[in-house]
Design a protein around this ligand. Structure first.
Ligand code: ADP
Ligand code: MG
Ligand code: MG
Length: 251
């Protein structure tokens, strides 16, 4: 589903190269974990996948279902089913979460050439998805993320994911310091999304998350490259021994 080939990318503003020859393959049905020390370029990779304009690809390619997505803007990528959990502003004051969800769903439909959702249909879809996540409809009348607890933010994020039903999901959990509640919401949400025609990339510092979301593959990112790929045991090895051995071996 996703093939990243010799990707080089830099910060548009000052030209600093962050991604330096990165290769990665993720198949449909797979849950891939990306780990690596702070500053390796994990979040940058997720922004580049989403198509953010503050990064420039200078070499290599990103193939999604066999086609390059480098020429597509973020909304075109979203319409093709690529979802980045943190691509939206953290807090959106003044816009009820419901309204935000409606706009996001209709943008996706528009990009696909589909008709706008009728309000009753939209409300039914949200109610169904919210019930499964134990989300109170009153929470969705509040502005997105404004004053939400950590657990509520995670629920809102998983709700967006359920409603937009992406084919490729990228979740960057690196710096968010998930508490037990949020950890459970994220892992249940991701596990519920597992399907033969969907791929999930989970970016995390913590082996702890991977005890709940057991990955099919684990990739270690360091200085903008994938320096090691393995299965779930690689995450256990990293937890026990740290990154130093792998970094030395790669050098
Ligand atoms: P990680 O998510 O693995 O911790 P990041 O992708 O956040 O790493 O950052 C990788 C490196 O790129 C870091 O050294 C960071 O300071 C730098 N970086 C990323 N984006 C920018 C930016 N927009 N401006 C300046 N430096 C950036
Ligand atoms: Mg970081
Ligand atoms: Mg990060």
């Amino acid at each position: 589903m996703l093939e990243i080939k010799n990707l080089h990318a830099r910060i548009a503003e000052d030209g600093t190269e962050i991604i330096r020859g990165l290769n990665l393959k993720v198949k449909a049905g797979e849950v891939a974990a990306i780990m690596g020390p702070n500053g390796s370029g994990k979040s940058t990779l997720s922004y580049i996948l989403a198509g953010r304009s503050d990064y420039e690809v200078t070499e290599g390619d990103i193939l999604y279902n066999g086609e390059s997505i480098l020429g597509l803007d973020p909304s075109e990528r979203a319409a093709k089913g690529i979802f980045l959990a943190f691509q939206y502003p953290v807090e959106i004051p003044g816009v009820a979460t419901m309204q935000f969800l409606k706009v996001a769903m209709n943008e996706q439909r528009k990009a696909r050439g589909e008709e706008e959702l009728k309000t009753p249909d939209f409300i039914r879809l949200v109610k169904e998805a919210a019930a499964g996540l134990h989300i109170d409809m009153n929470m969705l009348k509040r502005p997105l993320n404004v004053g939400f607890s950590g657990g509520e933010k995670k629920r809102a994020e998983i709700l967006q994911m359920k409603l937009l039903a992406p084919q490729l999901c990228v979740l960057d959990e690196t710096d968010s310091g998930l508490d037990i509640d949020a950890l459970k919401i994220v892992s249940d949400g991701v596990n519920a999304l597992r399907s033969p025609d969907r791929a999930v990339i989970v970016i995390t510092h913590y082996q702890r998350l991977l005890e709940h979301i057991v990955p099919d593959s684990v990739h270690v990112l360091y200085k903008g490259q994938v320096i090691k790929t393995g299965d779930k045991d690689l995450a256990l090895d990293l937890e026990a021994n740290g990154y130093a051995g792998i970094i030395e071996a790669a050098a």
